[in-house]
Design a protein around this ligand. Structure first.
Ligand code: BDP
Length: 650
């Protein structure tokens, strides 16, 4: 009966039929809204919607839509033409947030590549504020969002928020429905890069040019956001220190006119500074700085008033700290910091890449136990909650855009070190790729700019960097990125072995240089470890000879290690080998003062595509996929506990 009722509404409100309905009919479907606003609706998503993290207070409300959704694969890609937006023909249940893959018991479902759909009913309160939005933490990799059968948003890119303004299409005090077309295919003009094969059966098999499973779906939380008519759209902050005091420069962006006031509260909620206006400065005497692994958070309270009365308020925790690259040092609050930590993935059993607070909590506890202070969001921006936790725990983040797989090879990591030219940037798809790349840098910086934990932006992982084409391409990406961050944080990218000191044409673009190196694993592994060290030092000597006077950070080094394997003498894949490899790497890192950080690959074992190089995924974890320590975790704990924060600094 329930379903029947829905179908009646759906039929009436189908977008294709909408303009054939009489005004009275439209009014009866959409209540108080006018036909004009309904007719305008299809273009609303072009307007920039606020990506502020959803909160609830007197003026705004965020209702979680997490839970069971309905789901259907669309292997024939007929859903759009058959109007599945009006109701999925035969859906199954699917939890959100989560990747869809690991719930299934057949390979064809787990590895599904193509179109698929999500759908959910949701109630909009009668008392809803003037603006209503649907906000998805991400939809992987591309989506068209329909609300009550009407298109409200389109988005390319699977790791940043999708916000749809549904003000003109929802019915308040009634049940509405959202239906989403999603596609998880990969190609060379979208981020990350890849391709697909079509089997003789017609089934598509995705071929990522990267080394992690192509998890997809609605992998982060979904909110129904209700905002006042005039609202705070965004804000940005930047910091200057002056002795014991600090100045917080801010800018507030609003939709609609009004007076703005800004306050800064300390950790005890006591007012420490205030200012008025859309732009201004908050002066904080005896500021508590946000320090690495010793975070102090203030709360910024932004109030929008109209005719003297508050109409909106947004508050968020921020940390006062500065970031600077000076010579070969990375300075936080003017003091040199040696980075210790991990390249990570959003990856866990059953959830796939779905965000889960409990997993994130365990990850932070494990990282703190090793005395780490930093991680890279390899190879895509993570769920916002990761950054909130890092802000609180005092972790530094290198925030990475999903520019991975920009090298023509089905497994780009396997091409690393072969010395072969793996061309990429001369293909016709490049202008489109560049457009998407810059767009995602914009969206990442817009979302993450106010997190004190984010101290640097990584604009790529292991692309081809030796051609003139690559140089042109990345020059454009860096030029665009340089204009976007109110704090002008350092820009970098992770270079693989082919980006050698005498060949790479892109390292000059970076404020500090990140190297992914596997001497002793992909290069001269096993019995040849001593040779690996010779080659490693030879490369480092070449970098040293360039006298670049910038910091170098190892953003990857590691060995696949099975938690079950022990062997004396050590052999590749054994826990003993992982430790011997690390000892060699540490001795190289310690020999060069400009090496200012070590982020091991990877924090934990993680799922990848199948292949002869992978045993149920990548096993380079220092922890297992279940977050239990391998022997190497104790090695890191010992080393990192013994290194001062300003190791090799002044
Ligand atoms: C690097 C990639 C990373 C891989 C790693 C590996 O950046 O994504 O997982 O190698 O081979 O090339 O383990």
């Amino acid at each position: 009966m329930y379903r029947k009722r829905k179908q009646v509404i759906r039929k009436q409100s189908s977008a294709s039929q909408m303009f054939f309905l009489k005004d009275e009919q439209l009014r009866s479907i959409f209540g108080k809204q006018t036909i004009d606003t309904i007719k305008k609706r299809e273009h609303r998503y072009i307007m920039k919607n606020s990506v502020l993290y959803p909160i609830t207070n007197r003026y705004r409300m965020a209702l979680s839509l997490d839970g069971m959704w309905q789901f259907q694969f669309d292997p024939k890609s007929c859903g759009l033409s058959e109007n599945w937006k009006d109701g999925l023909p035969s859906p199954i249940s699917m939890p959100v947030p989560a990747s869809f893959s690991d719930f299934f018991t057949t390979g064809s479902e787990r590895d599904y590549c193509g179109d698929f759909w999500y759908q959910k009913d949701f109630f909009v309160p009668e008392t809803a504020q003037s603006k209503v939005q649907l906000r998805f933490g991400s939809i992987t990799h591309r989506a068209i969002v329909f609300c009550n059968g009407i298109e409200v948003a389109r988005h390319e890119g699977g790791f940043l928020p999708v916000v749809a303004d549904v003000t003109d299409v929802v019915r308040c005090g009634a049940v509405n429905w959202v239906c989403i077309w999603v596609n998880n295919d990969l190609n060379e003009s979208t981020l990350p890069c890849g391709t697909h094969n079509v089997l003789s059966s017609g089934r598509k098999i995705v071929k990522p040019y990267f080394d992690f499973f192509n998890y997809s779906g609605i992998q982060r939380s979904v909110y129904l956001v209700m905002l006042p008519a005039e609202s705070i759209q965004d804000y940005e902050v930047s910091y200057t220190l002056d002795g014991a005091d600090a100045q917080v420069d801010y800018k507030v962006f609003c939709e609609g006119a009004g007076e703005i006031s800004v306050q800064l509260l300390d950790a005890e909620n006591k007012l420490v500074a205030e200012a008025n206006g859309a732009e201004g400065a908050l002066c904080v005497q005896n500021a508590h700085l946000w320090q690495v692994r010793n975070a102090y958070l203030y709360t910024i309270v932004i109030v929008l008033k109209k005719d003297g009365l508050p109409v909106d308020e947004y508050r968020e925790r921020i940390g006062i700290r500065t970031v600077e690259i000076r010579g070969t040092k990375i300075l936080i609050n003017g003091k040199s910091v040696y980075l210790k930590g991990f390249g990570k993935h959003e990856d866990f059993d059953i959830l796939g890449r779905g965000f889960n607070w409990a997993v994130a909590k365990r990850d932070f506890e494990c990282m703190k136990w090793t005395d780490a202070n930093c991680f890279r969001t390899s190879h895509y921006p993570y769920a916002e909650e990761w950054y909130q936790m890092a802000d609180e725990e005092g972790f530094l983040i290198i925030d990475e855009v999903p520019a991975v797989g920009m090298m023509r090879s089905t497994h780009n990591f396997a091409a690393a070190g072969t010395g072969q030219y793996t061309y990429f940037f001369e293909t016709p798809t490049v202008p489109e790729l560049l457009k998407n790349h810059i767009q995602q840098v914009k969206e990442m910086m817009a979302r993450d700019k106010n997190h004190p934990s984010v101290f640097a932006w990584s604009l790529f992982n292991e692309p081809e960097t030796t051609s003139e084409y690559a140089k042109d391409y990345f020059t454009k990406v860096f030029e665009a990125a340089r204009t976007l961050d109110p704090q002008n944080r350092p820009l970098t990218g992770a270079f693989e072995k082919n980006s050698a000191p005498d060949k790479c044409r892109c390292y000059q673009l970076c404020d500090f240089i990140c190297l992914n190196r596997y001497y002793g694993w992909y290069i001269s592994g096993g019995a040849e470890m001593e040779e690996a060290e010779v080659k490693f030092r030879a490369e480092m000597d070449k970098w040293a000879a360039k006298k670049l006077n910038v910091p170098f950070v190892f953003t990857e080094f590691g060995t696949d290690t099975l938690a079950t394997e022990h062997k004396l003498p050590a052999i590749m894949w054994s826990q003993e080998y992982q430790n011997e490899y690390l000892a060699m790497n540490f001795s190289v890192f310690d020999s060069y003062d400009f090496v200012q950080g070590e982020l091991v690959w990877n924090f934990a074992d993680f799922q990848t595509s199948e292949g002869v190089m992978r045993v149920n995924g990548n096993k380079k974890g220092i922890f297992t996929r279940q977050r239990q320590p391998k022997d190497a975790a104790f090695t890191f704990k010992r080393r990192w506990e013994s290194l001062p924060l300003n190791y090799k600094g002044e």
